[in-house]
Design a binder for this molecule. Sequence first.
Ligand code: NAD
Length: 475
Amino acid sequence: MSESQIDKEPTFRESVDLMVDRAMAAIGIDEGTAKAIKSCNAILKVQFPVKIRGKTEIFTGWRAVHSTHRLPAKGGIRYAPYANQDEVEALAALMTYKCAIVDVPFGGSKGALQIDPSQYERDEMEMITRRFTLELTRKGFLSPATNVPAPDVGTGQREMAWMADTYKHLHPDDINYVACVTGKPVHHGGIQGRVEATGRGVQYALQEFFRHPDDVQAANMNGSLEGKRIVIQGLGNVGYHAAKFLSEEDGAIIIAVIERDGALLNNKGIDIEDLYQHMVQHRTIKNFPGAKLQEDGHKALELECDILIPAALESQITLRNAERIKAKLIAEAANGPVTYGADDILNKRGIVIMPDAYVNAGGVTVSYFEWIRNISHIRLGRMQRRHDELRGIQMTAMLEEVTGTKVPEHLRASISRGANELDLVRSGLDDTMRLAYQEIRNTLREEEKVYDLRTAAYVTSIRKIARSYLDIGVY
Ligand code: NAD
């Protein structure tokens, strides 16, 4: 492949569109419906001044609404110096498809602010975030009913709490004000399990994949997740939780972690919690005693391994390195880590790709649970927990009476325990990830012109969205 071909790779948004086109062509969607599904409904660009350390700085932000066939439109807000409109539109489109894949009844949206958060103090970030929220709210791009942001790269619970509070001051009469963003701290209307939800979803997606021996064999592997060698890129919110759960709970071995400042390698496995604590303390992966440092981190994407999990940012596997990727399975925890051209090469080489719109849908799924909790104004499980407990106690008492033997203490404890909010969130997320994968693999098996999981995921999603456009018509 020539340098000029490599340099002309489609942008992130074009890549998403091409992948969607491929799925639409496979099932022969009519042109009008295709156009209605693909077009971005609205895009807001704001520029606003904030006085920082005595100087006025101008910040640029966007919020794209890709679809409103379901409301509210949902999607994260990203704080990054490289943020741009093309990226925001691509990410908003991905949200539309993602919500449909996991049956979350939301439209797709995404936002970004062009900023390097590491350059600002906490109070400055608060001022900037509140001002950005003001712009989004006043222009109709933030409300519990129509557009609900969540955290993404560079944002977290803290930013969501500031946004919710700003919205509350602007709309004190909105009884559902707390549902205007998700991913809030638990004591400010958030839900248990949201912080780790995307990483947890990655784990549940891989667990479900490994429940299907045919699929595992198609990826040239066998057995379970136990002992599988994983390379992960990005140890942020998504990557840290995914790597931690997969290694601590499923027995997978994390042989490499790729970060901004290099890659850490250890064939025997890296202790993720130790590394994370090291990163929190030193703000770098360098000098971590439990692994060897490789300066050129990007190169470690090409390591021989069972599973590669890109969990950092888009366009990491491109025409430049796709031929050298040696993983058997790629689980796209980040959004858009594989470009359209690279996707084609990897498919031809028999490398199985679990697509982003499915793999990282855990975040929006638990955001949906949080939003429901907020608009119903009650913690999940509050009404039935003690009732379930009582039922469990009665069941064990009945068993003992009928059999004349004592139920062992550990069984008694688990039978008579009512589910708390975290149990319900995990159960709902696990169920969602399992069902969505089963739907995708069924599509792959049943559709004659669908040959990979990504196209299958888009086909299931496009069908659902098309049905909703056909049911309600275009207005
Ligand atoms: P984050 O900011 O918490 O973490 C990103 C990590 O990647 C950081 O540790 C950063 O140092 C690292 N990184 C940045 N550039 C890198 C590079 N060039 N090479 C290696 N590492 C690099 O972000 P996050 O929330 O974990 O999001 C990661 C990805 O997952 C993004 O694509 C995001 O859109 C996607 N995603 C996030 C969520 C969520 O709930 N946070 C949900 C769905 C999808």
